[in-house]
Write a protein of this length. Structure first.
Length: 279
């Protein structure tokens, strides 16, 4: 408890906002405790305190109980978390399928999920944006895809990983969707290499229908640089490209995302104002 109070106080002094902290023997009970009386409090909810502190609460207050689940539980006469804890789990499973068993366990304070000290490695990196207007030209769409790819690739490099698969998603103005995926020739974190593939995928599936959402995602993450098969017809200096990308990442992290841009991302007026000439 003393450590929890120190954390609460330090957060307020250094960051300027208050927090509630829950203390218990598992993540579920700690989460439930943190939602008790607010603000700026430390609460405990140990197994021996469940009956007194948690079972008296409305069933909707239990973690993982949404509006639909609450309606079904109320149809069974379940009003409180205590009611749920004392209900036959087989009955809950018939009504809520697997979700019913999970809720019964939670109502009884059972949660054996591990506490992760280190964040798990990302399984993929993605970004998407819903557009405020219909995009009807390939150039406009690729400008958006370029920004999305830049953001995705910066995160990939920050985590010091490489990816092997790229996917492009489109939602059209009639709400239909399309997606296209392909494997890269080698695992990479180089923006140009990934963006070239993004453009190829986009060109293969876009038929001119107005676009309202664009997304870029990458998967098959690897921490090791497996190298790439050399080709007589490929004289690309990949090491130089990666060095350039990392330099741009450093500038953007220090001065903001707009501190350095590619000429291809500027509008015609911006190119004129900045003295950039198209050739």
């Amino acid at each position: 408890m003393e450590a929890a109070h120190r954390i609460r106080k330090q957060i307020y002094e250094e960051l300027g906002f208050t927090v509630n902290i829950g203390v218990s023997s598992n993540k579920l009970l700690a989460k439930m405790a943190s939602d008790f009386q607010k603000p700026d409090r430390v609460h405990t909810l140990f197994p021996e305190e469940i009956e007194q502190k948690m079972w008296i609460l409305p069933v909707r207050d239990l973690f993982f109980v949404g509006k639909a689940a609450e309606r079904r539980l109320r149809s069974l006469g379940i009003r409180t978390i205590g009611d749920l804890a004392h209900t036959d789990p087989q009955v809950l499973s018939r009504v809520l399928k697997k979700h019913g068993e999970v809720l019964w366990r939670y109502a009884n304070g059972i949660d054996d999920s591990p506490v992760e000290i280190e964040p798990a490695d990302a399984k993929g990196y993605s970004n998407s944006t819903t557009l405020s207007f219909d995009v009807t030209s390939g150039a406009e769409a690729k400008s958006v895809l370029r920004r999305l790819t830049d953001q995705v690739c910066q995160r990939i490099r920050q985590d010091d990983v490489r990816v092997e698969t790229v996917t492009v998603q489109i939602r059209f103005n009639d709400l239909t969707r399309a997606s296209h995926q392909c494997a890269l020739p080698a695992a990479t974190n180089i923006t140009k290499e990934i963006f070239d593939t993004v453009c190829q995928l986009f060109d293969e599936m876009w038929d001119g229908t107005p676009i309202r959402l664009l997304g870029v995602s990458t998967t098959k993450v690897s921490r090791e640089d497996m190298g790439r098969q050399m080709s007589l017809f490929d004289d690309t200096d990949y090491a130089k490209l990666e060095k350039l990308d990392k330099a741009m990442d450093s500038i953007r992290m220090r001065f903001g995302s707009g501190a350095v841009q590619r000429a291809s991302d500027l509008t015609k007026q911006e190119k004129t104002d900045t003295g950039v000439k198209e050739v």
